[in-house]
Design a protein around this ligand. Structure first.
Ligand code: NIG
Ligand code: FE
Length: 409
């Protein structure tokens, strides 16, 4: 990024000094766009922006000036929920599902997360890093400039730490902003199938203290679901995490409603994620909290399960974030422009609502509301320059098409 100025921008999106850190209800309909604008970046930081009529070309010595005629400029997408570090893809399960098996049936046969954990045990840390870095590069090119990554394909102390160390290296090396989440409670390893407490004790007494000691994660996640972690089991993990200041961001209500939302909020969860299933009681609890509802339409689309009731979330004044859930089992898609399309087509969000959920609100759902998700002076959120287009609704409209000319980070 460094020093450059974009001029003649057709529309500068989500730019302003007073954009809320979290948008709710009616604010979700508001997406400020400055027409015929410029944006000046000095030493990687946004120095100035505004109408072309206020632009002072004299200040432009020794910097690149890029003509953005006909193009739109956005703050980079924020992806607040991904499992981007994994050892191998799982297309054979994809084919199994085409042939009629469900995600849950595949998992019960020993596939799913346990399948990923087997591969994780075998891969070297170096190879995992190289592979993951390549993926993160592709993620960056797709316009995502802030990315949360979870562990969770390790399921042993050694493997979980290996993943988190790799995430730490990505954080140091990649140009985009990375946040790490510990998800050791993603599934029970086979040897603990009938001894849940045995694995919980390892998470609580060994993994969490070690992760904290080495500063390897800021957030803690649990897959709270039937056949995975019960609400009581999740509570044990969140309680242990709390002692080490790990903030919950949890998987709940993907297939069933167990009361996980209420429990997570009791432990001050920053976000509750998935929510394909949601009842009135859940909505009431969320409404009276500041917890973000994160929805993952890529997972609904790929697994053929219901899409979350995103409109209801907005109408009930609850903070809505959208994320990719990028992972090899249930959502092998990191393109947030595709997620944008799915949110519009399947969840009936307007293009503005969906983009707010992918920028400002998703930044908030990963603790980056001060630095990412919007264009304001003094910040470096990463910048997307689009190809020529008529209006921003064309992005979700031309689903599957690459709308990006360049990403600056
Ligand atoms: O968010 N639901 C749990 N975890 C992941 C999928 C894990 C996998 O199948 O690899 C998810 O969908
Ligand atoms: Fe997930």
């Amino acid at each position: 990024m460094k020093n450059f100025t974009l001029i003649n921008i057709k529309g500068l999106v989500q730019a302003g000094e007073n954009i809320p850190d979290l948008k709710k209800g009616e604010e979700m309909n508001q997406l400020p766009i400055i027409k015929d604008a410029y944006l000046m970046v000095v030493n990687n930081v946004i120095k100035a922006y505004g109408k072309m009529s206020e632009y002072k070309p004299k200040e432009e010595k020794n910097r690149e000036v890029i003509d953005a005629s006909g193009k739109f400029v956005f703050p980079g997408f924020c992806d607040s929920h991904t499992h981007s570090v994994f050892a191998k893809t799982r297309e054979s399960e994809f084919v199994d599902r085409i042939n009629g098996l469900s995600y849950e049936e595949i998992a019960l046969k020993g596939g799913g997360i346990l399948n990923s954990a087997k591969a994780m045990e075998k891969i070297s840390e170096e190879e995992l890093f190289e592979k993951s870095m390549q993926i993160v590069e592709k993620i960056k090119k797709s316009g995502t400039t802030a990315l949360e990554i979870k562990s969770g394909y390790g399921l042993t102390k050694e493997s979980e730490l290996k993943i988190l160390r790799v995430i730490k290296r990505i954080k140091e090396k990649s140009a985009i902003k990375i946040k790490a989440t510990l998800l050791a409670a993603h599934a029970y390893p086979n040897e603990f199938k009938d001894n849940h407490q045995g694995y919980l004790d390892i998470i609580i007494n060994e993994i969490i203290p070690e992760v904290s000691k080495n500063n390897l994660a800021q957030y803690i996640d649990v897959f709270c679901e039937r056949n995975y972690f019960s609400v009581d089991e999740m509570e044990q993990v969140l309680k242990a995490g709390k002692k080490y200041n790990l903030t919950p961001k949890v998987h709940v209500n993907q297939f069933s409603i167990l009361g996980g939302i209420q429990k997570a909020i009791e432990y001050n969860a920053l976000s509750v994620d998935h929510l394909e299933e949601l009842d009135e009681n859940d909505l009431k609890t969320l409404e009276s909290s500041n917890c973000i509802a994160t929805m993952l339409p890529g997972c609904s689309h790929f697994l053929g399960i219901p899409f979350g009731a995103a409109k209801k979330i907005i109408n009930n004044n609850i903070g809505l974030s959208l994320a990719s859930d990028f992972n090899p089992g249930s959502s092998p898609c990191y393109h947030l422009s595709t997620i944008w399309s799915l949110a519009c087509i399947k969840m009936k969000l307007t293009p503005e609502q969906a983009y707010n959920a992918l920028s400002v609100n998703s930044a908030y759902a990963m603790g980056l509301e001060k630095s990412h998700g919007k264009i304001k002076k003094g910040s470096s959120p990463g910048i997307i320059l689009s190809k020529k287009m008529e209006n921003i609704a064309q992005i979700p409209y031309f689903f599957g098409e690459d709308f990006i000319d360049k990403v600056f980070v």
